[in-house]
Design a protein. Sequence first.
Length: 311
Amino acid sequence: MGTVLSVSELKKVYEIRRSPFSLTKEIIRAVDGVSFELEQGQTLGLVGESGCGKSTVAKCIMMLEKPDDGSILFMGRDWVRMPEQERKGLRRQMQIIFQDPFSSLNPRKRVLDTVAEPLVTHHMVEKEGLAARALEVLKSVGLDEDFLKKYPHEMSGGQRQRVAIGRALATSPSFIVADEPVSSLDVSVQAQIINLFLDIREQFKISMLFISHDLNIVRFISDRIMVMYRGKVVEIGEKEELFSHPLHPYTRLLMHASNTVQIEGEGEGAPLKDCCLFLERCSERKGVCENDVPALRGPANHRVACFLCPE
């Protein structure tokens, strides 16, 4: 297996005003030194509370937002610095599925046109073959020919998400970002869509970055799991190893919590300060935690950014 995606020291910084009357801007590190690799056919689960930087990582990888620093290698090529025309030629190999299928689908387009759009954009199928290819894609996500003429408002949330997944699969990509793809769906529908993702991974051998705030969902679908907190990766490892021996206090908190709780102000990422970002919530903190930022360390199959863990 080869490496499909390699992200190194990815950073995204925003300047914000805390109030409309504020004269000064605060620098917020939404993504702060995120690094990981994704192998062919592998699924990496990215988990954390709302506002921790998960979606910003996804947007930077897709170049919907330009990173401020760091590198992204896609299929061995410099994704950030390559000319836009060259990047456009590679885009069919990288697709994204968004959280809300209703807002991500054009309400004025039939399913046929929605699924066919990327095929037309990338000149992959002749006009007379579009309907046949669109139907083939729909069948791969569990929908039949009747859906080709439907509009988004005529379908359920689960059916809309199947169409969105089908659109992403239409170009036969090597890599998919799934950004909270089931969080807006009912629990019963979530299970169907998760099973669909598992079938897709098995059938097409697609590499996937699966983003969620729900550790149980991420555990079900991922090979490896990366935990983010306020812009930083605090733990990353093989799924079974991480669940059997969670090392970071925040990871253990996520595992024990039935519902995640958003931190006040976390939606803007982390302000500039040299201490452990989890300090205020950690009941195990020590003096060293107040004076330095822990770096990721440990063996390749399980790394953690915490001073409480032995070398």
